[in-house]
Design a protein around this ligand. Structure first.
Ligand code: PA5
Length: 399
């Protein structure tokens, strides 16, 4: 059975072929939302977060478009995945190309970016909430040097650096203040992986030509609809899709389904899958628990991981992220979903009306809310990442 959340439809099929959304108790998910409302890290619930910054973001994007062939975005994890996901999904629409650095420590990948900008006009958006993460810090040093070599004078260099970081503290915040970089805020009450709809994502997205008003409008519509449906105490799964998705994920988690595979049929959505994996993996993988988020791009992966999904260990649930498709790809999607249902995989289908900024905004909000509820149902704090901090601490002490 298919439930219609206006533009996002969600349906779920149990391994026995039955509609999985029937007779679900959504009360624990509703209670989780009540808890989220008072959580100091759930600022993203109230999208748009900093409407007052929007004009400044658009103005900065305009300046970058007028002065730069490239914008180098420096950041890792939640500081880059969300905006890269949306740009890759929609395709660049502007003459300024957005490049990425500081999301690994590979010299080869750094050199590729350096080679591409050689002799070209470029600006830099360094994004780090803490302002101390190793990978972006090192890359920022390199690109500052490049800016100095190319633009020589301090004020020309300074005018090409945009820093998105904490409003009050951190090494990047202090440096930005001292040197007069243009700054944007990562709000205190929003962590990296929930930050794509703040300046973290909005500046690079605006530079790439994505309509950020539509993106935010989509997220806001999703929020408003859920709020309204909760206010009338709806129990109709169609009206509460994120609660249904979260509840079902945890139902299967409890039944030894400890892997969820996100499946798409468009290679341009691969980075969106990476964003989704970070969101769920960092939010839920803790205290010896959590569903392992994995991803496939079909039909390519039907000729590799498809074998495991069809026939391997039955510990996997599969979520198909469906956008309108045509021709052979549509047929392949229908055939694959049917095959995997025959293979007794619990299948969730998230059907999005159109691949555009507004629907991606909706989808971002849908996944963020689903993820936070699901983590709460699991008994995890959706907003910390002690495992990532352990690695960061270790590498610092070794250096
Ligand atoms: O979701 C998170 O909080 C993390 O993935 C961070 O985004 C990532 O570790 C980068 O941190 P920072 O923005 O402080 O450099």
């Amino acid at each position: 059975m298919c439930y219609n959340n206006i533009m996002i439809k969600f349906n779920a099929t149990a391994p026995d072929g039955q509609d999985d959304t029937k007779n679900l108790d959504l009360n624990p998910a509703k209670a989780a939302i009540e808890e989220l409302k008072t959580d100091p890290m759930a600022g993203w619930l109230n999208v748009p977060v900093y409407p007052s910054e929007l004009e400044k973001i658009k103005q900065a994007a305009k300046t970058i478009n007028e002065t730069s062939e490239y914008l180098v975005c420096i950041g890792i994890g939640g500081s880059y995945l969300g905006h890269k996901a949306i740009i890759d999904a929609l395709g660049p629409e502007s003459k300024t190309k957005v490049l990425y650095a500081g999301n690994n420590l590979s010299e080869k990948s750094l050199n590729r970016v350096l080679k591409e900008i050689e002799g070209k006009d470029f600006s830099v958006n360094v994004i780090s909430k803490s302002g101390t993460t190793l990978e972006p810090s090192l890359a920022f040093e390199t690109f500052k040097q490049k800016l100095k070599e190319r633009y020589k004078y301090d004020d020309r260099v300074r005018s090409r650096i945009y820093a998105t970081t904490d409003a009050k503290t951190g090494a990047l915040h202090d440096e930005a203040e001292e040197n007069g970089y243009t700054t944007f805020v990562v709000p205190d009450n929003i962590g990296g992986r929930y930050s794509v709809l703040t300046a973290v994502g909005l500046l690079p997205l605006a530079v790439a030509g994505v309509n950020i008003d539509s993106l935010l409008a989509g997220a806001k519509k999703e929020k408003t609809e859920i709020q309204e449906n909760l206010a009338i105490n709806s129990n109709v799964p169609a009206e509460l899709a994120p609660l249904v998705y979260a509840t079902l994920r945890q139902k299967y988690h409890g039944k030894y389904h400890d892997v969820e595979v996100l499946a798409v049929f468009d290679p341009d959505l691969q980075t969106f899958e990476e964003w989704w994996k970070q969101l769920f993996g960092e939010s839920e993988g803790k205290n010896g628990k959590g569903i392992f988020p994995a991803s496939v791009v079909y039909t390519t992966d039907l000729h590799s991981l498809g074998q495991y999904l069809q026939d391997g260990r039955r510990n996997i649930m599969e979520t198909f992220l469906k956008f309108p498709l045509a021709g052979y790809n549509k047929i392949a999607e229908t055939a694959t979903i049917a095959a995997h249902k025959e293979g007794r995989i619990p299948v969730f289908e998230i059907e999005v009306e159109n691949l555009d900024a507004e629907n991606l905004g909706r989808l971002v909000y849908f996944f963020e809310l689903s993820c936070a509820i699901s983590a709460k149902l699991q008994g995890a704090n959706p907003f910390d990442q002690p495992g990532v901090e352990t690695y960061k601490k270790n590498i610092k002490s070794m250096l």
